[in-house]
Design a protein. Structure first.
Lengths: 140, 511, 97
């Protein structure tokens, strides 16, 4: 009975793997945490059960969002009633929309097309249908 | 036999008894009943998700109510009471005391559970088991949500009372010749989770009260319009419920520590390492609640702190796996139903843990958070490890409780279908999450990949369900008509390795 | 018996260590390559998915070792295995507890 070398080696290997997991994800998080300086702000407002997007020039879109390829965007996400989560799975954008808070997310579209926007935090009756569409258009 | 009902008695004598084995029987039967009730709800949900468009559930509010009650039932009415039930059977025996420290308190703690359960089931609320404010405060329909709050309040008090009872039984009523370090690991797991419950539950109890007064409109703790903060609810909630994850899982780990050495016919590899890992998990479990909230707008620093706190819990879990495997190494293993479920549980425990490490990595949260990945991950722990451990232990204690043997063929069928079903449902749900499907949705758009994976998961769920049906039939049929068990050695392991019921022998620890 | 089991355990651990070192080094080499190219913005989704695949690879390597060990243990130490006919020293009581 009692500990022996094998167990210590095993625990050491686990700690090594975990240290790598921690360091690598810290590095990547740091990389994606910085919003580019020239990002254009899009105000995203969630409410039961649709999305409103306000562009820099004040134009508003409901349920759909038109963006330009190659331009960095910063989303300022908030909610009017309950918690929602702004999510574009194809672009790995996911941030909760919480009343009384403004959360940020950013990305640079590098591909033209139509992509789904959805709510990922349970928000009641029509949570499943709180969807929108992202259109990315060519800048040129 | 200690666990057996002494003689056939009228049911009310068992119901109003305060003896630990009687209360244990009540706990065990009640929690298994809730397992099957929650399972029926789960199958309903899976059938609904088989294809896009409404299938068998008429509308989304019903769907939302069903998944709320499914989650609440499985966690608070199955997992916690089942652990208390087995604890009631074995802890007094393992510490060599005649009963629990406070027999009446024990019975009261049990009888609060049907009351709480009635509130949850009659209300059938749609707040989801996490009941995030502000939805639960400003939008969830009453009185269902209020009944849910009171139901959980009562279940919470019950689990605090039974925890106090376990702590006192182990710390104060332990036989003086038995040092704490020699107390068998299952009793250790009950000690550790009881202490964790006492520390963790009050926070959620406070959050429930705040939610209630918010719902009544007299306060605004979670309402930004009144100066409150919805995030505060999540902090209070997860401060209780991340440790609660360990409260769910440690009894299952402790049960495997009972089963594996006996069926391997070998002493446990290391009692000390098991105790150490339990205590480590109990402490570190309180340092990681924030990883449930990475997407709420946490700062980089907060995320880093909680990521490190979460990763720190992994080595201790790994030590348990090592302990199991090293115990099996060199043994002569009899694969009766309890051992099959225990080994299956270890394999799935590892898979769930590996998925958990991926969840911890901060940027991956953007991919996985609130998708079916999370559903798959959490169910892999809850079904793959906790339910496997609990089912293993049900089979293990079955002959000691009923004096009869379960049907081995049905048990084998149960094992194969439950293992295959678990893998089919929950591994597939991980993939669904990677494809971006959000959790808690009544319906989904007809993306071909989503449809295929949902169909596969539903088929898996029904395979799992057929196994659980076999389990139910086995329990009922074999307790009445099963073959009489050889009570000295029901599993034919040879007399050297003592069963818990004959634990009065001085050398019963360390096996 | 005890020594052989520890030796085989050690060889498994050594294998594990080697494969994980390889996993550590490979992405770093890629990173060095990537640094030479000129790019304006971080490609958020690529970075995150690459991290995901690095970690999944590690998880599956460790998973293969763990489940391989479990399968081998189950196969080798079942009581019906030909080498397991006789009771072990723990059953006969030769081993001290």
């Amino acid at each position: 009975m009692g500990h022996d070398t094998a167990e210590w080696v095993y625990v050491g290997v686990i700690c090594g793997i975990l240290a790598w997991v921690g360091a690598d994800s810290w590095y990547v998080e740091k990389l994606v945490d910085d919003v580019p300086k020239d990002a254009e702000v899009i105000k995203v407002t969630a409410q039961q059960w649709f999305w409103t997007f306000e562009h820099k020039d004040g134009t508003k879109e409901v349920g759909q969002l038109h963006l330009k390829k190659g331009q960095p965007y910063k989303f300022e996400i908030t909610s009017k009633d309950v918690n929602h989560a702004f999510n574009m799975p194809d672009w790995v954008i996911m941030q909760d929309a919480i009343p009384g808070r403004i959360n940020k997310a950013w990305f640079v579209p590098d591909q033209v097309g139509e992509f789904p926007i959805q709510c990922r935090e349970y928000c009641g009756l029509l949570h499943y249908n709180m969807r929108g569409t992202l259109y990315i258009e060519d800048n040129k | 036999m200690v666990l057996e009902l002494a003689r056939p008695r009228p049911i009310w004598q068992i119901m109003f008894s305060t003896h630990h084995t009687d209360v244990a029987l009540l706990y065990t039967i009640t929690s298994l009943a809730f397992l099957f009730m929650g399972g029926v709800l789960a199958l309903t949900l899976r059938a609904e998700l088989f294809a896009p468009g409404p299938q068998i559930i008429p509308d989304s509010i019903t769907f939302n109510r069903i998944f709320t009650v499914h989650g609440t039932t499985m966690l608070f009415l199955f997992a916690i009471p089942f652990a208390s039930g087995i604890g009631n059977y074995l802890v007094p025996i393992m510490v060599r005391y005649k009963d629990m420290a406070y027999p009446k308190l024990n019975a009261i703690a049990f009888w609060m559970i049907p009351v709480g359960a009635a509130l949850v089931w009659l209300g059938f609320s749609d707040v989801s088991w996490t009941a995030y404010a502000p939805y639960s405060v400003i939008r969830a329909p009453g009185p269902a949500a209020d009944m849910w709050i009171f139901g959980l309040k009562i279940v919470g008090i019950s689990s605090v009372l039974s925890s106090i009872n376990f702590v006192v039984t182990i710390m104060k009523c332990k036989h003086p010749d038995l040092p704490l370090s020699k107390v068998p690991l299952f009793a250790w797991s009950m000690l550790v989770i009881s202490l964790m419950t006492i520390v963790a539950i009050p926070t959620f109890a406070a959050a429930l009260l705040m939610m209630l007064t918010d719902r009544l409109g007299v306060s605004g703790f979670f309402n930004p319009a009144m100066g409150g903060d919805p995030i505060a609810y999540q902090h209070l909630f997860w401060f209780t419920f991340h440790p609660e994850v360990y409260i769910f899982i440690l009894p299952a780990i402790g049960m495997m520590y009972e089963i594996i050495p006996r069926f391997s016919r070998k002493p446990l590899y290391s009692q000390a390492s098991g105790v150490f890992a339990f205590v480590m998990l109990a402490i570190i479990g309180f340092a990681s609640w924030g990883h449930h909230m990475f997407a709420t707008g946490m700062s980089f620093t907060e995320k880093t702190v909680f990521m490190i706190g979460t990763l720190a819990a992994v080595p201790a879990s790994g030590m348990h796996v090592f302990n199991y495997l090293a115990t099996m190494w060199g043994g002569r293993i009899r694969f009766d139903a309890p051992m099959k479920f225990a080994v299956g549980g270890i394999a799935l425990f590892f898979s769930a843990g590996a998925g958990g490490v991926l969840n911890t990595a901060m940027p991956l949260d953007f991919i996985t958070h609130d998708t079916y990945w999370v559903v798959g991950h959490m169910h892999l722990f809850l079904t793959g490890t906790i339910a496997f451990g609990f089912v293993a232990f049900t089979y293990y204690l079955f002959p000691f409780i009923t004096g009869r043997m379960y049907n081995r063929k049905l048990a084998d069928y149960h094992f194969i279908t439950m293992f295959a079903g678990t893998v089919m449902v929950f591994f597939t749900q991980h993939l669904l999450g990677l494809y971006g499907m959000p959790r808690r949705v009544f319906d989904y758009p007809p993306f071909p990949a989503w449809i295929a994976m949902n169909e596969f998961a539903t088929i898996g769920a029904f395979i799992l369900g057929s196994g659980m049906l076999a389990f139910l039939i086995n329990l009922i049929y074999s307790s009445a008509k099963g073959k009489e068990a050889n009570m000295d050695d029901p599993f034919g392991l040879g007399g050297k390795y003592y069963y818990p019921v004959s634990a009065k022998t001085p050398h019963h620890t360390g096996y | 018996m005890k020594t052989t089991s520890i030796q085989s355990m050690k060889s498994i651990l050594a294998l594990l260590a080697v494969s994980l070192t390889a996993l550590l080094v490979l992405p770093l080499v890629n990173l060095a390559d990537a640094a030479t190219g000129e790019k304006e913005y971080v490609k958020l989704r690529n970075e995150i998915w690459n991290l995901f695949f690095r970690m999944t690879t590690a998880a599956f390597v460790v998973g293969a070792v763990v489940s391989g060990t479990i399968i081998w243990l189950v196969w080798r130490f079942r009581e019906s295995h030909p080498k397991n006919k006789a009771p072990t020293k723990w059953e006969t009581g030769e081993a001290a507890h």
